[in-house]
Design a protein around this ligand. Structure first.
Ligand code: AMP
Ligand code: MG
Length: 407
């Protein structure tokens, strides 16, 4: 049996990113960059006006000056600005040679259209946007192993980059085990149960930007399990639920071992979900989760999420935490690392009152989870705790200690 942080270290150390592809930038939002990108020119490309106004000399402050010329965005000005003169200029237009500042139209007194009075003081360089002040030529403006957002596309497009290299989405295959299970679209007998884990993992892996599929649930025999496992072997990650405990028909791990799975950890000191197993079969990782819905969900959030992040190629694969406080007192049975699901309102954390490993109803209510160390038997109202968010997607590039311990 391993501790939670040992299991996470195994994941952080052993799971590596996968293949790359080159894609038009419009199709890369949410993907992880596979290399860094350097600017090939300055941005702005030339000194230009930040306002609609007048290009002036500082020494002409307070003077009446003449205007003969207008520079528009897209123009290439040829004439130098001389003293006692101003040149009308629009936002984004290149400043003329000899220009020392831009005075916004709003600060001008007009005698006529061609004759204006400049304000009494003009700061040198006012309202000028300088070549390279935003991005310098040669500078890395997009790091490798980071998530592309809509704003990244602005950076890329501003450098004229049409395609970038990203990591392919992790390919995840999900299947469940259990003779009692029926798919949610099938007719059910009183002694049977709908498979709620498979659609749950399917949707959650989609939310985490995976390429997911699920194959029909397997029966409980070794042969059936091996057949299902073989069908899934081209994945980067196989997720199973059920059949990992000590029951007479719990053959999931054995089936994978017989197909060559090397076990990386088996059984974690975590409540709920102790039998969770992590292995590798060829280049495919495997997580065998318990069948109990809430236990499998907790272990998905704790272990599968970082596996998916590592497979995605991001540098931010660690659990991120939100520091909050307990809304009320809460009792815990000491002796194990315990995960508690709860609601969070932005201010405090409230454990969901009735949470048992076999339940379904608490899962959708959980905004996050906290983890207590074995010595903890109670949490007090207003006590500061670190919550791992579930509904908010936060990731960290630094390992944080999220365990609630006695100090
Ligand atoms: P197992 O881990 O196979 O012993 O299953 C533990 C409990 O979880 C049993 O009550 C199962 O019926 C239930 N269970 C297993 N798999 C699923 C599933 N895919 N969806 C919902 N409940 C499940
Ligand atoms: Mg079972």
């Amino acid at each position: 049996m391993v501790k939670i942080d040992e299991a996470l270290d195994i994941i952080y150390n052993l799971v590596t990113k996968k293949s790359k592809q080159i894609v038009p930038i419009e199709d890369t939002v949410g993907a992880i960059t596979a290399k860094s990108y350097k600017a090939s020119f300055d941005l702005p490309r030339f000194d230009n006006s930040a306002m609609d106004g007048y290009a002036v000399k500082v020494a002409d402050a307070g003077r009446t000056v003449n205007i003969k010329e207008v520079i528009y965005a897209g123009d290439s000005p040829q004439n130098e600005l001389k003293k006692y003169k101003a040149i009308k200029i629009m936002t984004g237009a290149p400043i003329p040679k000899g220009c020392e500042a831009i005075v916004p139209i709003e600060d001008i007194d007009f005698l006529t259209k061609e004759s204006i009075i400049l304000p009494p003081t003009i700061k040198p360089n006012a309202m000028i946007r300088w070549k390279g002040e935003d991005i310098k030529s040669g500078e890395i403006f997009l790091e490798a192993n980071t998530k592309v957002t809509g704003y990244t596309l602005a950076l890329l497009a501003s450098q004229g980059i049409t395609h970038i290299e990203i990591y392919k989405k992790p390919k995840v295959v999900i299947f469940s085990t259990g003779e009692e299970l029926k798919a949610h679209y099938e007719k059910i007998e009183p002694h049977q149960l709908y498979n709620s884990n498979a659609p749950m993992f399917y949707a959650r892996a989609l939310e985490l930007d995976c390429d997911v599929s699920y194959i029909s649930s397997s029966g409980d025999t070794l042969e059936e399990l091996k057949l299902s496992a073989k069908e899934a072997m081209d994945a980067n990650l196989i997720l199973t639920s059920g059949g990992v405990s000590v029951g007479d028909k719990d053959f999931t791990i054995q089936a994978f071992e017989e197909l060559g799975m090397e076990i990386l950890f088996s059984k974690v000191d975590i409540k709920p979900g102790k039998p969770t197993t992590f292995g590798k079969m060829g280049s495919c990782f495997v997580v065998n989760l318990p069948g109990n819905p809430l236990a499998s969900m907790v272990n998905f959030e704790m272990f599968v999420k970082p596996i998916i992040y590592k497979l995605s190629g991001t540098n931010s694969f660690y659990h991120s935490t939100i520091t909050t406080k307990m809304r009320d007192n809460h009792k815990i049975r000491a002796g194990k690392y315990t995960v508690i699901l709860g609601e969070w309102d932005g201010d405090s954390f409230m454990p969901i009152q009735n949470q048992k490993p076999g339940m379904v109803s608490p899962m959708d209510r959980a905004d996050g989870m906290i983890v207590t160390s074995p010595e903890i038997d109670s949490l007090e109202k207003n006590q500061i705790v670190k919550m791992i968010p579930i509904k908010l997607n936060l990731q960290s590039d630094k390992k944080e200690n999220f365990f609630i311990q006695k100090d």
